[in-house]
Design a protein around this ligand. Structure first.
Ligand SMILES: Nc1ncnc2c1ncn2[C@@H]1O[C@H](COP(=O)(O)OP(=O)(O)O)[C@@H](O)[C@H]1O
Ligand SMILES: NC(=O)OP(=O)(O)O
Length: 318
């Protein structure tokens, strides 16, 4: 048996500019061609992905077409809908590439509910950007039309709606994911961070929020006893002094060293910070390694271990 790895896909794996189904399917075909390298390496994959742009776009479509008889769906249901659509595209792309490579594995999407605490303070403080970028004028107009919504300026790139993003505390379908892995099937799970649910006796009740997919992937990786958590994004490494002349890439880094960099505010909140925090949580909980690297560096990682590898301790060569 190969290593069991949870691979979290960043935004660039699915959507760059063109939000059409055809363009996202094309992007996922390119992503599948990268992911299959893990399968060729003998690894047992569990795939997760984000949904920020897609779920925000879906809410806008829902609102635009809603009537009393055909009402817009709430956010928890919209998250489930994006798990279905992105899962379909991913399954379809992976099946094609696995067949082309003569590999026998199949792929299945698990509509996944992720437990959150009803008391999570995030419900009162929306921080997760979803949907398209807007100008200040567009955001002001959207706020006028939807006084309950919150909009923020997102890292100099424009304005976006933000929604609550509670921390995941459990994954309801963990056993289903384990069973698929044991059967040699590649699961796609906790898509879009999972559907946020709170426990009320025997009931699970959906909540309107979007969980960060890096945190949800970390929780799933812990619960399925993964050997590694691999977070794939647009950059091959985590850097200190990112985008500055003295930028330095991190290759082998300990949890303690990363924690020092967090204190120095080296990682942008809402982009690299949650990845670093998820990686640290996984290493602390399991003693296993977490990796942050680029989707197009999978070959480099598999062959030479390139990328940022986070461990409990980094051995010093004498
Ligand atoms: N210290 C840092 N090291 C590396 N990348 C950083 C750092 N700080 C911010 N970033 C940015 O964070 C991005 C990853 O976050 P984001 O694009 O939100 O993730 P995702 O790939 O999950 O969509 C990188 O592509 C990079 O532009
Ligand atoms: N749910 C989530 O974290 O999505 P993005 O990665 O697309 O922001």
């Amino acid at each position: 048996m190969g290593r069991k790895i949870v691979v979290a896909l960043g935004g660039n794996a699915i959507l760059s500019k063109d939000a059409s189904a055809a363009a996202q399917q094309q992007a996922l075909l390119a992503t599948a061609k990268q992911l299959v390298k893990f399968v060729e390496n003998g690894d047992q994959l569990i795939i997760s992905h984000g949904n920020g742009p897609q779920v925000g776009n879906l809410l806008l479509q829902q609102a635009a077409g809603s009537t009393e008889e055909n009402p817009a769906m709430p956010l928890d249901t919209a998250v489930a809908m994006t798990q279905g659509s992105i899962g379909y595209w991913m399954q379809n792309a992976m099946n094609q590439v696995l067949k082309e490579k003569g590999l026998k594995q199949t792929v299945a999407t698990v509509v996944t509910q992720v437990e959150v605490s009803a008391d999570d303070p995030a419900f009162k403080n929306p921080t997760k950007p979803i949907g398209p970028f807007m100008s200040k004028g567009e955001a002001d107009l959207a706020k006028k039309e939807n006084p309950d919504f919150t909009f923020i300026e997102d890292s100099g790139r424009g304005y976006r709606r933000v929604v609550p993003s509670p921390k995941p505390t459990g994954v309801v379908e963990t056993q289903a994911v384990k069973t698929l892995v044991d059967a040699g099937i590649i699961p796609i799970s906790v898509g879009g961070g999972g559907i946020p649910v709170v426990t009320n006796g025997d009931q699970l009740i959906g909540r309107e929020a979007v969980i960060d997919k890096d945190f949800a992937s970390e929780k799933l990786a812990e619960l399925v006893d993964a050997d590694a958590l691999i977070i794939l994004t647009a950059v091959p490494n985590i850097y200190v002094n990112f985008n500055q002349p003295n930028q330095k890439k991190l290759e082998r880094v300990s949890v303690a060293e990363l924690e020092t960099y967090i204190e120095e505010n080296q990682f942008a909140p809402g982009s690299m910070l949650p990845k670093v925090q998820a990686a640290i949580d996984f290493v602390k909980a399991t003693g296993n390694q977490a990796v942050v690297t680029a989707l197009d560096n999978i070959e480099g990682f598999v062959k030479n271990g390139s990328g940022t590898v986070i461990s409990k301790k980094v051995s010093v060569r004498s």
